[in-house]
Design a binder for this molecule. Structure first.
Ligand code: TXA
Ligand code: MG
Length: 297
């Protein structure tokens, strides 16, 4: 199907991706159409290993160290395209840079090796909506747009990859994600935040409203209003009438549960979703980033 230019959703350790042959303009265009995604928002290109990624982009010393430490894994690197890069210009939204990643999931890696082409794969949801962490979420969000869905069960990490831009002298954290910024800084030194570093590029896909459920979402709530669903965190959350991201307060468990629980509470029977405060440490930064966007104007 991939070789015929069709779209196939597949599991990664972070979220499900909607995959297309990254070298076929028509297949890549079909991804943008299926998601109703703005054409200026470039896609992440997935490879089975760092060597294959190195055929599309230029690795500097920082990129090499990060790939060695975190690939396969939840880290996406934005790097300069090679002049002979086979990836569709549309997939990269016409930029001279490309976001590349090697996912850490046996099904994704087998799939990438089997198709023998890089896969352009955004999260397999309609643009602006919640990312899918289970095959059923893909069906609900995209309907029949995916010709097939490879069901690998629930995603272990549950939150998208961390995106780091290495195209400038200063490494920039474009999107907090499944690998905490501190772990990356331990390998290549301090990361700049977009907008803070001089002239730092902003990730085109980090528009404010994103990851949105259909009903409103309210953050840092201690007690829910009547009619609201409650998304709790930690041992102090009520035991009844509440889904708890992690009763023992574990950030990794919370990240893995985040999208599935919001999906589950996103029901017209509730007036909204009230979310208890979640600490910023470790994966908390990525969790709070997604929640702020979900709640955004
Ligand atoms: O975990 C993930 O990263 C998942 C799985 C499927 O791999 N994919 C994913 O893709 O989250 P997507 O398309 O939903 O998010 C891609 C992010 C967007 O914020 C986009 O703007 C940014 O990466 N991005 C892609 N190419 C870029 C580039 N050349 N420069 C800057 N940002 C880029
Ligand atoms: Mg997405």
């Amino acid at each position: 199907m991939i070789q015929a230019g069709k779209l196939v959703a597949f599991p990664t350790e972070t979220v499900y991706g909607l995959g297309a042959d990254a070298t076929l303009d028509a297949a890549v265009a079909a991804v943008f159409a299926a998601k109703d995604r703005p054409r200026f928002n470039p896609l992440i290109i997935h490879f089975p290993d760092a060597d294959k990624a190195g055929e599309a982009v230029v690795f500097d010393d920082r990129a090499q160290r990060l790939a060695k430490e975190f690939w396969p894994g939840a880290l996406t690197l934005v790097l300069p395209r090679r002049t002979d890069c086979a990836v569709s210009r549309l997939a990269g939204a016409g930029l001279d840079t490309l976001a590349v990643r090697v996912p850490n999931h046996p099904v994704a890696l087998d799939f990438l090796r089997a198709v023998g082409r890089p896969l352009a794969a955004p999260s397999a949801n309609r643009s602006g909506m919640l990312s899918p962490t289970m095959a059923i979420h893909v069906v609900q969000s995209l309907g029949a747009s995916a010709t097939a869905i490879l069901d690998g069960g629930p995603c272990r990490v549950g939150i998208e990859s961390t995106v780091v831009d290495l195209t400038g002298g200063t490494a920039v954290l474009l999107r907090p994600g499944g690998i905490p910024a501190k772990a990356i800084e331990a390998v290549i030194g301090p990361l700049a935040m977009p907008g803070k570093a001089d002239g730092a590029p902003k990730s085109p896909g980090m528009g404010n409203k994103h990851y949105a459920p259909r009903i409103p979402i309210r953050l840092n709530v201690l007690a829910r209003d009547p009619g609201e669903a409650l998304l709790g965190f930690g041992p102090d959350a009520p035991k009844r009438g509440c889904l708890n991201l992690s009763r023992k307060g574990d950030m990794e468990e919370a990240a893995a549960n985040l999208f599935a629980m919001i999906h589950a509470l996103d029901q017209p029977g509730f007036t909204g979703i009230a979310v208890m405060p979640i600490p910023e440490d470790g994966l908390g930064a990525a969790i709070n980033d997604r929640l702020r966007r979900a709640a955004g104007p």
